[in-house]
Design a binder for this molecule. Structure first.
Ligand code: GDP
Length: 434
């Protein structure tokens, strides 16, 4: 049991008798308000500000039976403590400046980590790796703001500071650094939140067969989500510890049937969220070079243009062509396989790994959340707007404002001035006692 706050030592003393010096342990009986011994264990004290929360903290380490623990908590409450809210210890650590908001989130991500990689990445974020990168961007942005605002203040003098090549080069460099960080944060988010993959193709292409085979591979966890419509089948699998959600988005045709229409609507929604599409086509209708048949091509053309596609020419056991990768372009990789026989499946898994970035070496990777990416993107678009104004030399006073907004977006990540509703959202997702 952990106590934190100005009264922590006072309350702990009532529970456990004289306290040991900070950072030393002592064996004590823990007693209820009537003086009855509840448990026996170690007492550890941390004096403010040298504790996790920055307040006085006491840890009572008992034997852990739930009834004993409940009695101890009740005794502490009887002596004037109150039960902590979810994440309140981390929240206090944040409010007292011991950690920033991204680090607090990393604690929750470390607790929830679904793989060793995610745990390592969360640990790195907790160590401040991500925060330090954001801080470096913020610092460079502040320098840009000082420069631009200074130039505006002296605008009636005869120097054209804002037209200077050095300034434009610094902005371009800043944007490049932001993009690098965005790319890494996107990978970090994938470790935490996984990847949504749309599985699509004409009826009978082999989508269900492939889904089953992918779900049946080693290290895969199968959990069909109940309540999905007849057109939308969902499987969650783990690939190298990265959660993948595969959504079968069959049936994208127009229809008058209400239930089916709802299925199509959901399928389109899933496609909109997907970061990758697996498109299944029959290899017997494809050319030797891997061009799909006309009907498949027509369906392929209906996919969102920005969505990367793994074109899977299936049933190569029937076409008697060899399995493997046929072509690799930036937005499309063509791969021949057989979902039924399993030929070509290792190549498919390899492609999925590449797409998840799990081959890129996770050294140095930190964990990140969607809200971090949104903030980085917002900062980027604000700075891009400022850049355009400065280049066009039009309404440059607005550029200064846009740079200010960019800094505010970055601040949202580590949260030096975070709004209460953001804090509420972040900390309510924690478990109690963290
Ligand atoms: P879906 O409609 O796209 O979900 O397709 P299914 O997975 O239901 O497959 C349609 C039919 O094709 C089934 O009879 C499967 O057994 C068969 N099938 C799927 N993949 C293969 C394959 O790679 N080789 C062979 N020979 N048959 C396959």
């Amino acid at each position: 049991m952990r106590l934190s706050g100005p009264q922590a030592f006072v309350i702990a003393e009532k529970l456990a008798g004289p306290l040991p010096a900070p950072r030393q342990s002592a064996l004590r009986h823990f007693r209820d308000a009537g003086g009855e011994a509840i448990d026996q264990g170690l007492v550890l004290c941390f004096a403010a500000p040298h504790s996790f929360t920055g307040e006085h903290v006491v840890e009572l380490q008992g034997h852990g039976a739930p009834v004993v623990l409940a009695a101890l908590v009740a005794a502490a409450i009887a002596q004037g403590a109150r039960a902590a809210r979810p994440g309140e210890f981390s929240e206090r650590a944040y409010l007292n400046g011991r950690i920033d908001l991204a680090q607090a989130e990393a604690i929750a991500d470390l607790i929830d980590a679904a793989s060793t990689q995610a745990a390592r990445a969360a640990q790195r974020s907790l160590d401040g790796v991500f925060s330090a990168r954001v801080a470096a961007l913020t610092e460079a942005l502040i320098q840009l703001r000082v420069y631009v605002e200074g130039a505006l203040d002296f605008s009636d003098e005869d120097i054209n500071w804002l037209g200077e090549a050095a300034l434009h080069q610094r902005i371009a460099q800043w944007l490049a650094d932001l993009d690098t960080l965005l790319g890494e944060a996107a990978q970090g988010r994938r470790l935490r939140e996984g990847l949504v993959i749309a599985l699509t193709g004409r009826p009978n292409a082999g989508k269900s067969t492939l889904l089953n085979r992918l779900a049946g591979t080693e290290a895969a966890i199968v959990s069909p989500t109940p309540g999905t419509t007849r057109d939308l089948l969902r499987e969650n699998i783990l690939l190298d510890g990265i959660p993948l959600t595969l959504v079968d988005t069959a049936g994208l045709r127009d229809t008058d049937d209400a239930v089916e229409r709802e299925g199509v609507r959901r399928a389109r929604e899933a496609l909109g969220k997907a970061e990758l599409a697996l498109f299944l086509a029959d290899d017997r209708e494809a050319s030797d070079e891997g061009a799909p048949g006309a009907a498949d091509q027509a369906l392929l053309d209906t996919l969102p243009a920005a969505l990367p596609v793994l074109l899977l020419l299936n049933k190569c056991d029937l076409s008697a062509r060899p399995a493997g990768v046929l072509a690799s372009e930036p937005q499309r990789v063509t791969l021949r396989l057989s979902a039924a026989s399993g030929e070509g499946m290792p190549a498919l898994q390899q492609q999925l790994r590449l797409h998840c970035g799990s081959n890129a070496g996770h050294e140095g990777l930190f964990i990140a959340r969607t809200r971090h990416l949104t903030a980085l993107q917002a900062a980027g678009s604000a700075v891009r707007q400022a850049q355009q104004r400065l280049q066009a030399a039009e309404r440059v006073e607005l550029a200064a404002e846009e740079l200010r907004l960019a800094q505010r977006a970055l601040d949202d990540i580590t949260g030096p001035f975070a709004a209460d509703d953001l804090l509420g959202r972040v900390f309510s997702q924690f478990c109690i006692g963290k």
